[in-house]
Ligand binder design. Structure first.
Ligand code: NCN
Ligand code: DMD
Length: 386
């Protein structure tokens, strides 16, 4: 049992790429943070007048350990696709085949994510981490299938620990390869019919939120389906023995780095109620953090996955920006727990990475200010109001 393991016991740490990635993650650099904050105040604008954009630029300086931070472009979107055993419980009106059909749509360039990626100048990679069908070869498709979908999380664990680690490592590999190919900003994307149910369960387990408040309407379910979905999330937490206080072991706590206990608890929660795409997105976040390349998080699926990444290594979140706030209620709970402020709030509830892509120009603008705006000194502008 994780609770019987001494805190910090190295024996419990996973081996392989996950362990190496966790070991490479560094928190925000305090010197770069201070330098960036001071630089913001020297630029030709009233102090704080760029609001949350100033915080984004300072955050990216801390993450990169450089002031100014590198421009976060080009960006690369990775859409992690997977299916869910809990679909059988009637938690979504959409047939499971829509997952594989949308994968084909992404690869053909026909989805909203493709249009938004073109607008942002981002590349699109589609990753099969657990689609319940065989996919033909296509440019832009990466194969990391761990299983043909998860098991039903309301009847027992959705994944084995090994499957969760394999999916985490798939996400790490995708992040590593995109960075090696030149990406300087990673954007999370997802596709998986029924994955808002798994997201709600993860958010409850990691934050202690109640299923009635964290479970939303996903693609747009009716009252009856929503009520069933809340009960399915409750059942998943009970069947998998994840009481509200499991969050004590798995959730990030201020100042604490990480320990074997925390990691094992995080893996147990992720495997019990997560999806293969959640695990892969958590790995993608860890991979970006290890490479000191910023990660823009998309909606509720990314928020739930980021909770798992934070539980595995709290400092990973220093490298993340919340692209937007989804209409899904659990997303706000996840972001509050992570201490992240979303940049865009347009009642989006699509997923695919669309909210993250919309935020990318804002993140670029925030960093460009640090590179290009004159200081009061250099421009000869009077620094103090009369
Ligand atoms: O990103 C979000 O916040 C979001 C909110 C609602 C729905 N989705 C997308 O819709 C699908 C899951 O919805 P559902 O109702 O089948 O659980 C999945 O493919 C997600 O990408 C995404
Ligand atoms: C059509 C459709 C597109 C999506 N994109 C992300 N999730 C989705 C769910 C559906 C149903």
């Amino acid at each position: 049992m994780p609770t019987e393991t001494p805190a910090g016991a190295s024996d419990d740490r996973p081996a392989g790429a996950l362990a190496e990635t966790l070991a490479a993650i560094r928190p925000a650099d305090p010197r770069a943070l201070a330098e960036a904050r001071a630089h913001q105040d020297r630029l030709t604008k009233p102090r704080g007048s760029l609001g949350a954009l100033e915080d984004v630029a300072v955050r990216l300086a801390g993450a990169a350990a450089a002031c100014p931070p590198p421009m976060p472009e080009p960006a690369a979107l990775a859409i992690f696709a997977a299916d869910h055993g809990v679909h059988a419980r009637g938690v979504t009106p959409w047939p499971q085949e829509v997952t594989v059909q949308m994968v084909a749509n992404f690869l053909a360039g026909g989805a909203v994510a493709n249009a938004f990626a073109a607008q942002a100048g981002a590349s699109v990679t589609v990753v099969d981490v657990g689609v319940a069908a065989d996919l033909p070869d296509a440019p832009g498709l990466r194969r990391h299938k761990v299983a043909y979908g998860t098991a039903d999380l309301s009847r027992g664990p959705a994944m084995t620990r090994e499957q969760a680690v394999a999916a985490l490592e798939a996400g790490i590999a995708v992040a590593r390869d995109l960075v090696a190919a030149g990406a300087r900003c990673l954007i999370t994307g997802d596709m998986g019919i029924a994955n808002t149910t798994a997201s709600a369960a993860l958010i409850c387990a990691f934050t202690g939120a109640d299923p009635a408040t964290a479970t939303g309407r996903g693609t747009g379910v009716d009252d009856e389906t929503h009520a069933r979905k809340v009960e399915v999330v409750r059942e998943a937490l009970r069947v998998n023995d994840l009481p509200a206080d499991v969050a004590r072991d798995a959730a990030p706590a201020g100042g604490v780095a990480w320990s074997g206990v925390r990691q094992e608890a995080a893996l147990r929660v992720l495997a019990a109620v997560g999806g293969l795409e959640h695990a892969a997105i958590a790995g993608f976040v860890l991979g970006g953090a290890a490479a000191r390349v910023p990660v823009i998080l998309d909606g509720v699926i990314a928020g739930a996955a980021a909770l798992a990444a934070a539980a595995l290594h709290p400092a990973a979140i220093d490298h993340c920006v919340a692209g937007h706030r989804s209409a899904e209620p659990g997303h706000a709970a996840a972001l509050a727990h992570l201490g992240l402020r979303p940049l865009v709030d347009l009642e989006l509830r699509l997923g695919e990475g669309t909210g993250g892509l919309l935020a990318h120009p804002l993140v670029c603008a925030a960093v460009r200010v640090m590179h290009e705006v004159a200081t009061f000194d250099s421009a000869g502008v009077t620094e103090k109001p009369v």
